[in-house]
Design a protein around this ligand. Sequence first.
Ligand code: CAA
Length: 255
Amino acid sequence: METLYERLDGGIALLRINRPEARNALNMAVREQIAAHVAAMTHDAELHCLVIAGTPKVFAAGADIKAMADAGASEMMLRGSDAIWQVLRDCPKPLIAAVNGWALGGGCELAMHADIIIAGDGARFGQPEIKVGIMPGAGGTQRLTRSVGKFKTMKMLLSGEPISAIEAERMGLVSEVVPDDEVLDRALALARAIAAMPPIAARRIKQLVLTGADMPLGAALAMERTAFELLFDTQDQKEGMRAFIEKRAPRFVGR
Ligand code: CAA
């Protein structure tokens, strides 16, 4: 099995890329499996957060170079791999990347499709595509620029040099760095904490952060206000505020 998928308690699921012999390179089978699991999780009312991880020494070493070395432009287009990334872009539920070891090329881009990145202190991030004669093709030029700005992005993309987890955290590419052997536990604990939150509010927060970033500020703020007001029509808003006033834990139902 090139990916391993588990539903866990607490409304979360764990998806692991499992091609350590190829450093978890993202061949078409792996990408299709990731997309299928993300799509299934999106439509599963019991699941509220997905953790995507690799193996202990590598998150993912990027697109499978051996599978594309001899391909032409039309063939790359016909493979339709962007439709697979689109499934991740469209996922309305929170995604957490748990990164141990290398996150390179498409692997770094996969992590950047997540909403939160938890990295081990030995993790390394990079976009080395230029070293094999190409450039990022799954969002690297855009997502990295939006996360860390032009000058850090240019250095990473033009030199192909990787950066450490600490540097990634300092520049805003990583949410949190923990010891390597605590990455998965921390990511799963965070996923469970998020899954226990009111799911409609979580979806709206994700939607506003992502879509608002590409909109003019005034329009994004207006959209935020509308979403904020609409949450007052949910049972979970009533429950959350009553529970606070009554000094008890809330019981959210996702409505
Ligand atoms: N594609 C295909 N095979 C890969 C691979 C990749 N991206 N990365 C590693 N492998 C394979 C190697 O070819 C090797 O296979 P064999 O045993 O058959 O020789 C095996 O995995 C082990 O690799 P290494 O011996 O290199 O392992 P290492 O631990 O010494 O180094 C590494 C690990 C630093 C990740 C190194 O393998 C590496 O630099 N990989 C390539 C990274 C890269 O260039 N990624 C960008 C790909 S292009 C892309 O991602 C485009 C995009 O934006 C979508």
